[in-house]
Design a protein around this ligand. Structure first.
Ligand code: GLN
Length: 546
């Protein structure tokens, strides 16, 4: 039977609960304890797929096609597992399921209530993941902050679990923030005390408190939290802000958290082996020479909107012993005259995914810039669409070329809906989602990167390359380097006569891991690192005899 670790958050959101939950997974896995992870999101959306990236950040797509919270990306990167739809549960899913059961008559005669019906449905999801993953420990992160109205049924469900599966099989970890007052130069514990009180009010006494802080946490502060929150001193775990984030498991291990969890849950565990992780962090800290990459998107004000893209770039750079200097460029800014100056220092350009027309002309312009100036270019989904539009405008000699997403009346819809997408009215969960196979063409840049001919990659889009234009663009120099096995869908395309301009219809960023960069990102950085950009030329070796 699986044991459960419930991770709650206190004081404020964004304290790094997701990274902490992932890191707990890392330190357990380093002891050969198998783990799975689940995120509970209290909002009423069924999934984040219909939310603006400005609201929610990136939508992370699992192999089985679920649109999920970006924390699942952190879990996958920290624990190196491929999760499924079962790892993200929202209030929207829970209420839909309960109401569907009610309509079916499953509760005939009964009054449907939050306790027990909603809470039972929530617990059912915990047990389902435990069953399907067969993990020894299931780590469950409750989204939001303790005290949120929407989160209450989730807290009640995790409280009930203590009785359902036995106190010895459940551990509650509360992650809080210790704010720093610069006037008195001290960290304050009161918000943590309040948040633990709030948890207790719900019937949950935390076993471990992880204290996030931007400043060193003294022993006195630990004692105080231990006393006021009724948690053993060794279970008050300081977690100062570290960079890179991949250092968090090492910091937590250092505090004794791994052994504490093993003891409390009475787990059968080996000695921890974090040597690979240590090596990774050492390399990340030692790589100083940057490769400058321009990330051109429409949601750049919120960096979380491109979370996995940013991580994948760092993984790839690390492979080449480099750091990444990321230029965040708002694509709308590129629509102005003379704006190309913004790109001058970029050694490579990446255009990630996105929806809707805003900023698209700026992205098409950047694809044109990369094509004409032989700058390495990696297009991800929408990034492929804009590369195809730019190339077709050039090859067909018409500025009217477009995607049907942005101009439904264009005479040249080089990107269009498939017939099976045309009829779909609902917006939620109706895109091409999750893993699909892709057959690579020998000799192409893509095939070279992957080193194999059949790959599976995660998708999230409605529009596709329009086959009507395939031969005309091919004649002009476009190579279709990845196709669906039936040959019907263009999955990867690239340009002949260009050092490296490769785009894919899927999202390779979701598959990248710190110690195993995605092949397309790896080769993109591999080419970009050798591009000399303005201002980067080494000084000429002038000799005095000249
Ligand atoms: N908006 C495009 C589509 O729906 C691209 C989506 C994306 O970039 N993920 O097909």
């Amino acid at each position: 039977m699986s044991k459960y670790i419930f991770v709650t958050g206190g004081v404020v959101s964004s304290v790094g609960k997701g990274i902490t939950a992932g890191s707990i997974g890392t330190i357990l896995k380093s002891r050969q304890v198998s783990v799975s992870v689940q995120k509970l999101d209290p909002y009423l959306n069924v999934d984040p797929g219909t939310m603006s990236p400005y609201q929610h950040g990136e939508v992370f797509v699992t192999q089985d096609g679920a649109e999920t919270d970006l924390d699942l990306g952190n879990y996958e990167r920290f624990i190196d597992v491929n999760l499924t739809a079962e790892s993200n549960v929202t209030s929207g899913q829970i209420y839909s399921a309960v109401i569907a059961k009610e309509r079916r008559g499953d509760f005939l005669g009964g009054t449907i209530q939050v306790v027990p019906h909603v809470t039972s449905e929530i617990k059912e999801r915990f047990k389902r993941l435990a069953q399907s993953s067969q993990a020894e420990v299931v780590i469950i992160e409750v989204g939001g902050t303790v005290g949120d109205i929407e989160g209450q049924p989730f807290l009640e469900a995790i409280r009930q679990m203590r009785n359902d599966v036995g106190r010895e099989n459940v551990l509650y970890i509360h992650v809080t923030l210790l704010p720093y007052l610069s006037s008195t130069q001290e960290l304050k514990t009161k918000p943590t005390q309040h948040s633990v009180n709030e948890l207790r009010r719900m019937g949950i006494q935390p076993d471990i408190i992880i204290c996030r802080s931007d400043h060193p946490i003294s022993e006195g502060i630990r004692d105080k939290i231990s006393l006021f929150c009724d948690v053993n001193r060794e279970a008050v775990i300081p977690l100062p802000t570290v960079s890179p984030i991949y250092e968090v498991p090492l910091v937590l291990e250092e505090t004794g958290l791994g052994q504490l969890i093993v003891d409390r849950l009475n787990l059968k565990a080996d000695q921890p082996d974090l040597s690979q992780w240590r090596e990774l962090v050492r390399c990340l800290k030692e790589c100083h020479e940057p490769v400058t990459i321009a990330l051109v998107g429409k949601y750049v004000e919120l960096k979380d909107a491109y979370y996995s893209v940013r991580e994948a770039l760092h993984h790839a750079a690390l492979y080449h012993n480099k750091d990444i200097d990321l230029l965040w460029i708002q694509s709308e800014d590129l629509e102005r005259d003379g704006s190309e100056a913004l790109l001058r220092s970029a050694q490579g350009i990446i255009v990630p995914g996105g929806f809707g027309i805003r900023g698209v002309e700026g992205m098409i312009k950047v694809a044109s810039y990369a094509r004409n100036n032989e700058i390495p270019y990696l297009g991800l989904c929408l990034g492929m669409h804009v590369m195809v539009i730019d190339f077709a405008r050039y090859a067909l000699g018409s500025e009217k070329v477009n995607s049907a997403e942005f101009d439904a009346a264009t005479p040249y819809p080089v990107i269009d809906l498939l017939p099976e997408q045309v009829e779909i009215q609902d917006k939620g969960g109706t895109m091409r989602l999750g893993n699909y196979p892709c057959q690579l063409v020998d000799g192409s840049q893509a095939a070279k990167a992957y080193g194999q001919s059949l790959v599976y990659e995660r998708h999230r889009h409605r529009f596709e390359f329009n086959n009507e234009f395939r031969s005309r663009l091919q004649e002009a120099g476009m190579i279709y380097s990845g196709l669906s096995p039936d040959g019907r869908l263009v999955e990867v395309c690239e340009l002949a006569n260009h050092p490296w301009m490769v785009s894919c219809q899927f999202h390779p960023e979701f598959g990248s891991r710190p110690s195993c960069p995605h092949p397309l990102f790896r080769d993109f950085i591999g080419v970009a690192k050798n591009i000399l950009r303005e201002g980067a030329q080494p000084p000429l070796p002038l000799s005095s005899s000249l």
